[in-house]
Design a protein around this ligand. Sequence first.
Ligand code: F6P
Length: 374
Amino acid sequence: MSSRATSAPAIKTSAPAIKRIGVLTGGGDAPGLNAVIRAVVKAGTNRGCEVIGLEDSFDGLIERDRWRKLTPRDVTGILRIGGTILGTTNRGNPFAYPVETSGGTRDYSARCIEMFHALTLDALIVIGGDGTLAIAHQFHTRGIPIVGVPKTIDNDIVETTNTFGFDTAVSFATDAIDRLHTTAEAHHRVMIVEVMGRYAGWIALYAGIAGGADVILIPEIPFDLTKVAERITAREQLGARFSIVVVAEGAKPVGGTTSVVRAACGGSVEKLGGIGARVAEDLEPLTGKETRWVVLGHLQRGGAPTSYDRVLATRFGARAVELVLDGQFGHMVAFHPPNIVAVPLEKVVGRTRNVPPDFDAIRAARALGISIGD
Ligand code: F6P
């Protein structure tokens, strides 16, 4: 008799039946959030689950009556709309909630867990960036069955090649750079474009390459403005009397500091900004050329998601429901081209995905004569 025939039959352990799934969006908004919500609601409902939307991130589990049932009818037409129908906040960490007391913060995590059970939820899908996913991980370690979905225009979440929102932000920034080209050329000016991205240079690098920038400054490679001025002067000598400089909000000069408009306080992280103005001010005397700057700011987060982001967000949402139904909690859906996979949240929290300085897109930029400021 073969060993195969004598082996004991495999015991199938099935996860408790999932009937009610909660979903929330946390942190700054990103184009594609609604596409994920829609996918979760449709895929969940089609598998026989009820989907409950929680409002304004974890506030929906802290405050009463901040939830609503979402049916496929409720998510019709939201695929192409930016923002989030559930609302969001980046000041609502339940483990350190900002309150007007001498202590400054209060721990509402126990209340969230109580509310999760009171709403008879069987699982929670948390759509958010690094901060929100870290909160999700904390709740997972306290027994809440959670699946994460990575979101951010910054594209700086580890273990996933892309986050939705990034492509839309890059497309918008590229369009802005195209428009700035015409005015820069007409006035023979240097135009500085400050883009978002926090401590990662993905948006600056991709939009800079796509927009045909002459200089791209990113946080991962501190810059030297004399080198930037040399590049602009060399272009002038070749007859190109204008230049476009794309600078990431987190970029900083060699030996210098990042530009911060507001320090971290009361549960909010520090707010970056102002480097575009600094670069313009310091660069103008070095080149002798009239220099202007623009800050694209929150425009990069607005508007309809690109088709790429709609597809990625839809795949993330549908896969998140699969993970819930398979009982694969404490994981985040991630894009490992060409597949959407599950990675443990513990591998994600506390880390930032930066542009590697030897990344081939940087080498390609250098090969084309684009200055990276070093
Ligand atoms: O993380 C997304 C992001 O848009 C960053 O690029 C930017 O630094 C930050 O959020 C801005 O946050 P807020 O909306 O709080 O100004």
